[in-house]
Design a protein around this ligand. Structure first.
Ligand SMILES: [Mg+2]
Length: 354
Protein backbone atom coordinates (compact mmCIF):
# COMPACT_ATOMS: atom_id res chain seq x y z
CA UNK A 1 0.00 0.00 0.00
CA UNK A 2 1.38 3.38 -0.99
CA UNK A 3 0.87 6.47 1.10
CA UNK A 4 -1.33 9.07 -0.54
CA UNK A 5 0.58 11.11 -3.07
CA UNK A 6 1.58 14.67 -2.14
CA UNK A 7 0.27 16.11 -5.38
CA UNK A 8 -3.32 17.27 -5.67
CA UNK A 9 -4.68 17.41 -9.21
CA UNK A 10 -8.22 18.77 -9.25
CA UNK A 11 -10.54 16.43 -11.18
CA UNK A 12 -11.79 19.30 -13.33
CA UNK A 13 -8.22 19.65 -14.65
CA UNK A 14 -8.33 16.22 -16.35
CA UNK A 15 -12.10 16.07 -16.91
CA UNK A 16 -14.45 13.10 -16.63
CA UNK A 17 -12.92 11.14 -19.52
CA UNK A 18 -9.36 11.97 -18.45
CA UNK A 19 -10.14 10.65 -14.97
CA UNK A 20 -11.57 7.41 -16.39
CA UNK A 21 -8.31 6.93 -18.33
CA UNK A 22 -6.20 7.53 -15.20
CA UNK A 23 -8.28 5.04 -13.20
CA UNK A 24 -8.11 2.46 -15.98
CA UNK A 25 -4.31 2.79 -15.86
CA UNK A 26 -4.40 2.34 -12.07
CA UNK A 27 -6.25 -0.95 -12.50
CA UNK A 28 -3.31 -2.11 -14.63
CA UNK A 29 -5.50 -4.41 -16.72
CA UNK A 30 -3.40 -6.39 -19.16
CA UNK A 31 -4.12 -9.31 -21.47
CA UNK A 32 -2.78 -11.64 -18.76
CA UNK A 33 -5.22 -10.45 -16.11
CA UNK A 34 -8.35 -10.30 -18.25
CA UNK A 35 -10.44 -13.46 -18.54
CA UNK A 36 -10.73 -15.12 -21.96
CA UNK A 37 -14.51 -14.68 -21.96
CA UNK A 38 -14.22 -10.88 -21.86
CA UNK A 39 -14.84 -9.31 -25.29
CA UNK A 40 -15.17 -5.65 -24.30
CA UNK A 41 -14.01 -4.07 -21.04
CA UNK A 42 -13.92 -0.39 -20.11
CA UNK A 43 -14.32 1.89 -23.13
CA UNK A 44 -17.76 1.25 -24.62
CA UNK A 45 -21.34 1.85 -23.47
CA UNK A 46 -21.26 -1.50 -21.67
CA UNK A 47 -18.86 -4.36 -20.99
CA UNK A 48 -19.40 -7.57 -22.99
CA UNK A 49 -18.47 -11.13 -22.05
CA UNK A 50 -19.30 -14.58 -23.38
CA UNK A 51 -21.66 -16.82 -21.42
CA UNK A 52 -21.59 -19.78 -23.81
CA UNK A 53 -23.49 -21.02 -26.88
CA UNK A 54 -22.85 -17.87 -28.86
CA UNK A 55 -24.50 -15.67 -26.23
CA UNK A 56 -23.04 -12.69 -24.40
CA UNK A 57 -23.99 -10.57 -21.43
CA UNK A 58 -23.57 -6.80 -21.49
CA UNK A 59 -23.13 -4.92 -18.21
CA UNK A 60 -23.40 -1.23 -17.51
CA UNK A 61 -23.57 0.90 -14.38
CA UNK A 62 -24.48 4.54 -13.85
CA UNK A 63 -25.09 6.74 -10.83
CA UNK A 64 -27.45 9.71 -10.50
CA UNK A 65 -26.30 12.10 -7.77
CA UNK A 66 -28.34 14.92 -6.25
CA UNK A 67 -26.87 18.31 -7.06
CA UNK A 68 -24.88 16.89 -9.98
CA UNK A 69 -27.40 15.04 -12.15
CA UNK A 70 -30.67 16.26 -10.72
CA UNK A 71 -32.25 18.91 -8.55
CA UNK A 72 -34.81 17.46 -6.17
CA UNK A 73 -36.78 20.73 -6.09
CA UNK A 74 -38.16 20.10 -9.57
CA UNK A 75 -37.63 16.38 -10.20
CA UNK A 76 -40.44 14.26 -8.74
CA UNK A 77 -39.19 11.07 -7.10
CA UNK A 78 -41.11 8.84 -9.46
CA UNK A 79 -39.41 10.40 -12.49
CA UNK A 80 -36.04 10.08 -10.81
CA UNK A 81 -36.54 6.34 -10.33
CA UNK A 82 -37.63 5.97 -13.94
CA UNK A 83 -34.65 7.90 -15.24
CA UNK A 84 -32.09 5.92 -13.22
CA UNK A 85 -33.25 2.74 -14.97
CA UNK A 86 -33.84 4.30 -18.41
CA UNK A 87 -30.32 5.76 -18.70
CA UNK A 88 -28.79 2.36 -18.01
CA UNK A 89 -31.16 0.62 -20.44
CA UNK A 90 -30.02 3.21 -22.99
CA UNK A 91 -26.44 1.96 -22.61
CA UNK A 92 -27.63 -1.61 -23.19
CA UNK A 93 -29.54 -0.46 -26.30
CA UNK A 94 -26.28 1.19 -27.39
CA UNK A 95 -24.74 -2.30 -27.66
CA UNK A 96 -27.73 -3.56 -29.74
CA UNK A 97 -28.64 -5.80 -26.81
CA UNK A 98 -31.72 -6.47 -24.68
CA UNK A 99 -31.82 -5.64 -20.94
CA UNK A 100 -32.62 -8.49 -18.54
CA UNK A 101 -31.67 -7.73 -14.91
CA UNK A 102 -31.09 -4.67 -12.73
CA UNK A 103 -29.70 -3.95 -9.28
CA UNK A 104 -30.16 -0.64 -7.45
CA UNK A 105 -28.02 0.89 -4.70
CA UNK A 106 -29.85 3.76 -3.07
CA UNK A 107 -28.19 6.30 -0.75
CA UNK A 108 -30.78 8.34 1.15
CA UNK A 109 -30.33 11.54 3.16
CA UNK A 110 -32.48 11.78 6.29
CA UNK A 111 -34.79 14.37 4.70
CA UNK A 112 -36.23 11.74 2.35
CA UNK A 113 -39.40 10.13 3.73
CA UNK A 114 -40.50 6.51 3.43
CA UNK A 115 -43.28 7.70 1.09
CA UNK A 116 -40.75 9.49 -1.13
CA UNK A 117 -38.54 6.40 -1.21
CA UNK A 118 -41.63 4.40 -2.24
CA UNK A 119 -42.38 6.89 -5.01
CA UNK A 120 -38.79 6.53 -6.21
CA UNK A 121 -39.18 2.77 -6.31
CA UNK A 122 -42.53 3.22 -8.08
CA UNK A 123 -40.64 4.88 -10.93
CA UNK A 124 -38.01 2.15 -10.88
CA UNK A 125 -40.74 -0.50 -11.05
CA UNK A 126 -42.49 1.29 -13.92
CA UNK A 127 -39.27 1.45 -15.96
CA UNK A 128 -38.44 -2.20 -15.22
CA UNK A 129 -41.93 -3.20 -16.44
CA UNK A 130 -41.66 -1.03 -19.55
CA UNK A 131 -38.25 -2.35 -20.55
CA UNK A 132 -38.98 -5.90 -19.47
CA UNK A 133 -36.21 -6.31 -16.92
CA UNK A 134 -36.22 -7.87 -13.47
CA UNK A 135 -34.93 -6.00 -10.43
CA UNK A 136 -32.94 -8.69 -8.67
CA UNK A 137 -31.11 -6.95 -5.87
CA UNK A 138 -29.93 -3.79 -4.24
CA UNK A 139 -28.82 -1.91 -1.21
CA UNK A 140 -30.08 1.03 0.84
CA UNK A 141 -27.76 3.20 2.86
CA UNK A 142 -27.68 6.65 4.48
CA UNK A 143 -25.78 9.48 2.83
CA UNK A 144 -25.54 13.26 2.72
CA UNK A 145 -26.98 13.40 -0.81
CA UNK A 146 -29.59 11.31 -2.56
CA UNK A 147 -27.76 8.96 -4.91
CA UNK A 148 -29.08 6.18 -7.12
CA UNK A 149 -26.58 3.76 -8.52
CA UNK A 150 -27.99 1.26 -11.00
CA UNK A 151 -26.43 -1.72 -12.75
CA UNK A 152 -28.17 -3.34 -15.70
CA UNK A 153 -27.26 -6.66 -17.27
CA UNK A 154 -28.39 -7.32 -20.82
CA UNK A 155 -28.18 -10.21 -23.21
CA UNK A 156 -27.51 -10.69 -26.92
CA UNK A 157 -26.17 -13.09 -29.50
CA UNK A 158 -22.43 -12.45 -29.76
CA UNK A 159 -22.63 -11.74 -33.50
CA UNK A 160 -25.34 -9.10 -33.09
CA UNK A 161 -23.51 -6.83 -30.62
CA UNK A 162 -22.54 -3.45 -32.07
CA UNK A 163 -19.64 -1.48 -30.59
CA UNK A 164 -18.50 2.12 -30.76
CA UNK A 165 -15.75 1.00 -33.13
CA UNK A 166 -16.54 -0.24 -36.63
CA UNK A 167 -17.65 2.86 -38.56
CA UNK A 168 -16.23 2.94 -42.09
CA UNK A 169 -15.65 5.88 -44.44
CA UNK A 170 -18.77 6.25 -46.58
CA UNK A 171 -21.17 5.10 -43.83
CA UNK A 172 -24.07 7.39 -43.07
CA UNK A 173 -24.14 8.88 -39.58
CA UNK A 174 -27.70 8.62 -38.29
CA UNK A 175 -29.59 9.51 -35.13
CA UNK A 176 -32.92 8.45 -33.68
CA UNK A 177 -35.40 11.02 -32.33
CA UNK A 178 -34.51 14.68 -31.97
CA UNK A 179 -31.50 16.39 -30.42
CA UNK A 180 -31.24 19.08 -27.77
CA UNK A 181 -34.77 18.99 -26.38
CA UNK A 182 -33.71 17.44 -23.05
CA UNK A 183 -31.22 20.26 -22.49
CA UNK A 184 -33.84 22.81 -23.54
CA UNK A 185 -36.21 21.22 -21.02
CA UNK A 186 -33.60 21.52 -18.29
CA UNK A 187 -33.16 25.23 -19.02
CA UNK A 188 -36.91 25.78 -18.82
CA UNK A 189 -37.19 23.86 -15.53
CA UNK A 190 -34.23 25.75 -14.03
CA UNK A 191 -35.74 29.08 -15.07
CA UNK A 192 -39.02 28.07 -13.41
CA UNK A 193 -37.14 27.21 -10.23
CA UNK A 194 -35.21 30.50 -10.25
CA UNK A 195 -38.47 32.40 -10.65
CA UNK A 196 -39.93 30.65 -7.60
CA UNK A 197 -36.72 31.21 -5.59
CA UNK A 198 -36.71 34.89 -6.54
CA UNK A 199 -40.34 35.44 -5.62
CA UNK A 200 -39.91 33.67 -2.28
CA UNK A 201 -37.02 36.07 -1.60
CA UNK A 202 -39.25 39.01 -2.52
CA UNK A 203 -37.28 39.70 -5.72
CA UNK A 204 -38.70 40.34 -9.16
CA UNK A 205 -36.79 37.53 -10.88
CA UNK A 206 -36.69 37.12 -14.64
CA UNK A 207 -39.05 39.58 -16.29
CA UNK A 208 -40.65 37.09 -18.67
CA UNK A 209 -40.14 33.52 -17.48
CA UNK A 210 -40.92 30.75 -19.98
CA UNK A 211 -44.48 29.49 -19.90
CA UNK A 212 -44.10 25.85 -18.82
CA UNK A 213 -47.14 24.70 -20.78
CA UNK A 214 -45.40 25.71 -24.01
CA UNK A 215 -42.48 23.44 -23.17
CA UNK A 216 -44.22 20.29 -21.99
CA UNK A 217 -42.42 18.10 -24.55
CA UNK A 218 -38.97 19.46 -23.69
CA UNK A 219 -39.60 19.13 -19.94
CA UNK A 220 -40.75 15.55 -20.42
CA UNK A 221 -37.63 14.76 -22.45
CA UNK A 222 -35.55 15.94 -19.49
CA UNK A 223 -37.56 14.24 -16.75
CA UNK A 224 -38.78 11.11 -18.48
CA UNK A 225 -36.21 9.94 -21.05
CA UNK A 226 -37.02 6.91 -23.19
CA UNK A 227 -34.32 4.34 -23.96
CA UNK A 228 -34.48 3.48 -27.67
CA UNK A 229 -35.06 -0.25 -27.43
CA UNK A 230 -37.84 0.29 -29.98
CA UNK A 231 -35.16 1.10 -32.56
CA UNK A 232 -33.03 -1.89 -31.55
CA UNK A 233 -36.10 -4.10 -32.12
CA UNK A 234 -36.80 -2.41 -35.46
CA UNK A 235 -33.25 -3.13 -36.67
CA UNK A 236 -33.57 -6.79 -35.64
CA UNK A 237 -36.92 -7.11 -37.47
CA UNK A 238 -35.43 -5.62 -40.63
CA UNK A 239 -32.17 -7.57 -40.44
CA UNK A 240 -30.10 -4.41 -40.08
CA UNK A 241 -26.90 -4.21 -38.05
CA UNK A 242 -25.23 -0.79 -37.85
CA UNK A 243 -21.42 -0.74 -38.17
CA UNK A 244 -21.04 1.32 -34.99
CA UNK A 245 -23.35 2.51 -32.23
CA UNK A 246 -23.39 4.75 -29.14
CA UNK A 247 -26.11 6.45 -27.12
CA UNK A 248 -26.29 10.23 -26.96
CA UNK A 249 -25.95 11.04 -23.28
CA UNK A 250 -23.38 13.85 -23.37
CA UNK A 251 -24.42 15.61 -26.59
CA UNK A 252 -24.03 14.66 -30.25
CA UNK A 253 -20.62 16.33 -30.70
CA UNK A 254 -19.06 14.37 -27.84
CA UNK A 255 -20.53 11.05 -29.07
CA UNK A 256 -19.38 11.62 -32.66
CA UNK A 257 -15.87 12.07 -31.30
CA UNK A 258 -16.16 8.81 -29.32
CA UNK A 259 -17.27 6.89 -32.45
CA UNK A 260 -14.51 8.43 -34.55
CA UNK A 261 -11.78 7.77 -32.01
CA UNK A 262 -12.92 4.18 -31.46
CA UNK A 263 -13.14 3.48 -35.20
CA UNK A 264 -10.12 5.54 -36.34
CA UNK A 265 -12.29 7.52 -38.74
CA UNK A 266 -13.42 11.11 -39.21
CA UNK A 267 -16.88 12.59 -39.72
CA UNK A 268 -18.73 15.45 -41.34
CA UNK A 269 -21.89 16.52 -39.52
CA UNK A 270 -24.43 18.56 -41.51
CA UNK A 271 -25.87 21.22 -39.22
CA UNK A 272 -28.83 21.66 -41.56
CA UNK A 273 -29.83 18.00 -41.16
CA UNK A 274 -29.94 17.86 -37.35
CA UNK A 275 -33.44 16.94 -36.11
CA UNK A 276 -34.40 19.77 -33.74
CA UNK A 277 -37.85 19.98 -32.15
CA UNK A 278 -39.84 23.22 -32.42
CA UNK A 279 -39.77 23.58 -28.59
CA UNK A 280 -35.96 23.50 -28.69
CA UNK A 281 -36.03 26.40 -31.19
CA UNK A 282 -38.49 28.25 -28.93
CA UNK A 283 -36.36 27.67 -25.80
CA UNK A 284 -33.22 28.80 -27.62
CA UNK A 285 -35.01 31.96 -28.71
CA UNK A 286 -36.30 32.59 -25.18
CA UNK A 287 -32.87 32.25 -23.60
CA UNK A 288 -30.98 33.98 -26.41
CA UNK A 289 -29.04 30.84 -27.29
CA UNK A 290 -28.41 28.85 -30.43
CA UNK A 291 -30.65 25.84 -31.14
CA UNK A 292 -27.59 24.29 -32.80
CA UNK A 293 -25.69 24.48 -29.48
CA UNK A 294 -28.55 22.64 -27.74
CA UNK A 295 -28.50 19.96 -30.46
CA UNK A 296 -24.71 19.50 -30.49
CA UNK A 297 -23.80 19.98 -26.85
CA UNK A 298 -26.98 19.62 -24.83
CA UNK A 299 -26.82 16.32 -22.97
CA UNK A 300 -29.29 13.66 -21.89
CA UNK A 301 -31.23 13.04 -25.09
CA UNK A 302 -30.59 9.26 -24.75
CA UNK A 303 -31.11 8.82 -28.47
CA UNK A 304 -28.85 6.54 -30.52
CA UNK A 305 -26.09 7.61 -32.92
CA UNK A 306 -25.13 4.95 -35.44
CA UNK A 307 -23.04 4.40 -38.54
CA UNK A 308 -25.17 2.79 -41.25
CA UNK A 309 -23.84 1.32 -44.50
CA UNK A 310 -25.55 3.18 -47.36
CA UNK A 311 -26.88 -0.13 -48.76
CA UNK A 312 -28.82 -0.84 -45.55
CA UNK A 313 -30.69 2.43 -45.70
CA UNK A 314 -33.67 1.22 -47.69
CA UNK A 315 -34.35 -1.58 -45.20
CA UNK A 316 -35.24 0.87 -42.43
CA UNK A 317 -38.49 2.69 -41.93
CA UNK A 318 -37.69 6.32 -42.85
CA UNK A 319 -39.49 7.67 -39.80
CA UNK A 320 -37.17 5.84 -37.37
CA UNK A 321 -33.98 7.83 -37.96
CA UNK A 322 -32.42 10.91 -39.54
CA UNK A 323 -29.17 11.05 -41.50
CA UNK A 324 -27.02 13.81 -39.95
CA UNK A 325 -23.70 13.32 -41.71
CA UNK A 326 -21.17 10.91 -43.07
CA UNK A 327 -18.14 8.95 -41.91
CA UNK A 328 -14.92 10.02 -43.65
CA UNK A 329 -11.22 9.11 -43.44
CA UNK A 330 -9.52 9.84 -40.12
CA UNK A 331 -7.20 12.52 -41.48
CA UNK A 332 -10.21 14.69 -42.43
CA UNK A 333 -11.00 15.02 -38.70
CA UNK A 334 -14.39 15.72 -37.20
CA UNK A 335 -16.09 18.67 -38.84
CA UNK A 336 -19.42 20.46 -39.03
CA UNK A 337 -20.87 21.92 -42.22
CA UNK A 338 -22.83 24.99 -41.12
CA UNK A 339 -26.19 25.88 -42.68
CA UNK A 340 -24.22 28.49 -44.68
CA UNK A 341 -22.03 25.75 -46.16
CA UNK A 342 -18.88 26.59 -44.23
CA UNK A 343 -16.91 23.59 -42.89
CA UNK A 344 -15.58 24.12 -39.36
CA UNK A 345 -13.83 21.86 -36.88
CA UNK A 346 -16.34 20.32 -34.43
CA UNK A 347 -14.97 20.07 -30.93
CA UNK A 348 -16.20 17.50 -28.46
CA UNK A 349 -16.95 19.95 -25.61
CA UNK A 350 -19.18 17.62 -23.70
CA UNK A 351 -21.51 17.99 -20.78
CA UNK A 352 -19.07 18.83 -17.96
CA UNK A 353 -20.18 17.49 -14.57
CA UNK A 354 -17.00 18.58 -12.82
MG1 LIG B 1 -23.49 5.55 -23.25
Amino acid sequence: MHLPSESFTPIREVGEFGLIERLRDTLGLTLDTVPDELIQGIGDDAAVYRVGEGRVHVVTTDALVEGVHFDRTFVPMRYLGWKAIAVNVSDVAAMNARPRYATVALALPNNVSVEQAEALYGGIAEACARYDLALVGGDVTAAARLTLSVTVIGEAAEHSVVYRRGARPGDLLCVTGDLGSAAAGLRVLLAGKQRLDASSNGEAGESSPPNLSEFAYAAERQLYPQARLDRVRHWAERGVKPHALIDISDGLASEVHHLCRAGSVGAVIEAGLLPIHVQTFKAAEHFGESPLAFALYGGEDYELLFALPEAEREKLDESTYAVVGQVVEADAGVTLRTPEGEVVSLDAQGFAHF
